[in-house]
Design a protein around this ligand. Structure first.
Ligand code: NAI
Length: 481
């Protein structure tokens, strides 16, 4: 029986391995992590991450050929294929701080693999890493190998949170990079055979190591760039009276452009886009390509601009101050169908409003109070480090913030509403009831363009919707102070 071990039981390691276990019943899959609470949760009725369809997959395989364990060394020692899916955060200190990927967790995983291995292994990079990481990892492994052969592959993950199971069942492509040596090619075939249980061979792309590593960074950079492009257009639409939804539709019908990823919003979030672009920027700078680096940096700058523009819109519309006013924040996750808050635009928007002394009442159907308060207390980039390395008491009681478990509770007596996540339930709220229970004038700022603007204006709301023709009230207000 082929044995697979995955180091890192996070958003990628957990769902990816669960699907491999489901589709390959003859393969034994162990997912290991140093974080005991995470492993306990994977072994419980309440999985540590929310992902539609994940519960069913885990229930079917757990205890059969899928195991979650903190016994990292044992499972690594026994495995034929070791996936490494640990976090690769942005460095917060030292050389490359704020840009380069911090490979501390990756390196310690590689050293541990070298220490405990007693048989040949294929080591698979699942984490997103800088180009040429495989080379560095290979050096660590072969330096300490004690006569054991390690073959390294790059197999970056393209799943999107919120649709992870769907994406894993039916991926656009699986990418496997390996060395162009006989051992490298043999390892590629072994991993390809695992995916071939359910992925058609023509969707399994095999490349060299560096192409696979760079393709992942490039894919995220291109996706984020589309969002920043449409968001840049949204500012121009507001200034001119064009409607960004109509512009997106018109350009998206061009088959060369395509319709996906053209929704204007308050900005992109998630653990990957910003981190991976910063990483790409750093690699370009290190390779003497400042023009290329600056090009990609701009994608992040527009994203930051979009969040700042949103905050300024809120404050300037509400008579230039939100001090002491109750603002209901609907949604905190970085997108719907996930409880993940890493780099969510809600953090920057909430911090901006708190800076202007607003009182926030926050509701998200999947994010806990503890997580929200922690996120609002944390410094940039701290979020992507393991819990034991994060600030110890981030939940200092914050009188300006309350987190509630019901949208109507958040909205009661509010002066304004900010929609931060496109959860379906926000489309279907009883907005007449909401309006009747709010302070007047009642403002709604839709950061995800989910509400029916016309209907809400008829009820009496003053509505701001990203990239849409402005409410008469907002026309003379500056978009960015
Ligand atoms: P995560 O933070 O949810 O999970 C990483 C896990 O690794 C944590 O539970 C941590 O405790 C564990 N870990 C760290 N060092 C360890 C060690 N030495 N031994 C055992 N466990 C260790 O991260 P996530 O979101 O799963 O991302 C993992 C990688 O996949 C990152 O490089 C990310 O860029 C990449 N990725 C993430 C995607 C996403 O949607 N979240 C999509 C595609 C790639």
């Amino acid at each position: 029986m082929v044995k697979i071990c995955c180091i890192g039981a996070g958003y990628v390691g957990g769902p990816t391995m669960a699907v491999i276990a489901l589709k390959c019943p003859e393969v034994e899959v162990a997912v290991v992590d140093i974080a005991a609470p995470r492993i306990n949760a994977w072994n419980s009725e309440h999985l540590p991450i929310y992902e539609p369809g994940l519960d069913d997959v885990v229930k079917e395989c757990r205890g059969r050929n899928l195991f979650f364990s903190t016994d990292v060394e044992k499972h690594v020692a026994e495995a034929d294929i070791v996936f490494v899916s640990v976090n690769t955060p942005t460095k917060t200190q030292g050389l490359g701080a704020g840009k380069a990927a911090d490979l501390t967790y990756w390196e310690s995983a590689a050293r541990m693999i070298a220490d405990v291995s007693k048989s040949d292994k294929i080591v698979v990079e699942k984490s997103t890493v800088p180009v040429k990481t495989a080379e560095a990892i290979e050096r660590i492994l072969t330096h300490n190998r004690k006569g054991i052969n390690f073959t390294i592959l790059s197999n970056p993950e393209f799943l999107a949170e919120g649709t992870a199971i769907k994406d894993l069942f039916n991926p656009d492509r699986v990418l496997i990079g390996g060395r162009e040596t006989p051992e490298g090619q043999k390892a590629i075939h072994t991993l390809r055979d695992v995916y071939a249980h359910w992925v058609p061979l023509d969707r399994i792309i095999c490349t060299n190591l560096w192409s696979a590593e760079l393709s992942k960074l490039a894919a995220n950079a291109f996706l984020a760039q589309r969002i920043s492009s449409v968001n840049a257009m949204s500012a121009l639409c507001e200034a001119t009276g064009a409607d960004v939804a109509q512009v997106s539709h018109a350009i998206g019908t061009d088959s060369r452009i395509g319709p996906k990823f053209l929704n204007a919003s308050v900005g992109f979030g998630g653990s990957c886009f910003q981190k991976d672009i910063l990483n790409l920027v750093y690699i370009c700078e290190c390779n003497g390509l400042p023009e290329v680096a600056n090009y990609w940096k701009q994608v992040i700058k527009v994203n930051d601009y979009q969040k700042a523009r949103f905050v300024n819109r809120v404050v300037s519309s509400m008579f230039n101050t939100v001090s002491g006013k109750k603002i209901a924040v609907l949604g905190f996750a970085f997108k719907k169908d996930t409880g993940d808050t890493r780099e969510t635009p809600a953090i920057d928007v909430c911090k901006g409003l708190l800076g202007d002394k607003a009182k926030l009442s926050i509701y998200d159907p999947q994010v806990s109070e503890e997580q929200i308060l922690k996120d609002l207390a944390m410094k940039k980039f701290d979020w992507d480090h393991p819990a034991h390395l994060q600030p110890t008491s981030p939940t200092t009681s914050n009188k300006q913030v309350s987190v509630v478990w019901d949208a109507y509770e958040a909205l009661k007596d509010a002066h304004g509403i900010c929609i931060m996540t496109e959860w379906d339930e926000f489309k279907n709220l009883d907005y007449k009831r909401v309006f009747d229970n709010m302070q007047k004038p009642a403002f709604l700022f839709d950061g995800r363009n989910v509400v029916d603007v016309k209907k809400l204006r008829e009820i009496g709301f003053i509505v701001f919707s990203i990239g849409k023709p402005l409410d008469a009230w907002l026309k003379d207000m500056p978009a960015v102070a």
